[in-house]
Design a protein. Structure first.
Length: 119
């Protein structure tokens, strides 16, 4: 019998607070009941007050194609999550447009982050 492993939590300290986060999975992007030409990389984020949030990092299809493999896309999505938490503190009731303004990745931003991550 194989045992499912639970990925660990990564600690992060930013100007907006202390967090722990964990990647949960990739799924289609749905906003307002409509599918978009993008994928959401879902992260659970636990803040220093004990609140747990689900943060979607939206990666546009064009950006995903340019980045290639799944591992690279995940690393870029994680880098965007970390960058977004530098200026944005999650809160209960945050809307998708509000979170997308902080965490969504277009092709230009994805390229910028990929260049920083890949030596």
């Amino acid at each position: 019998m194989t045992e499912a492993t639970q990925p660990g939590w990564t600690q992060l300290r930013t100007t907006t607070g202390r967090y722990e986060y964990q990647f949960q999975g990739e799924m289609p992007t749905v906003r307002g009941g409509q599918y978009e030409e993008a994928r959401d990389y879902q992260f659970l984020v636990l803040d220093d007050e004990g609140w747990l949030y689900k943060i979607p990092v939206r990666l546009e299809s064009e950006a995903a194609e340019e980045l290639g493999g799944d591992a690279t896309r995940l690393r870029v999505a994680e880098a965007q999550l970390r960058a977004g938490l530098e200026t944005y503190r999650p809160h209960q009731g945050a809307t998708y447009p509000e979170m997308d303004a902080q965490f969504a990745l277009n092709a230009a931003r994805a390229r910028e982050l990929a260049l920083k991550l890949i030596p």
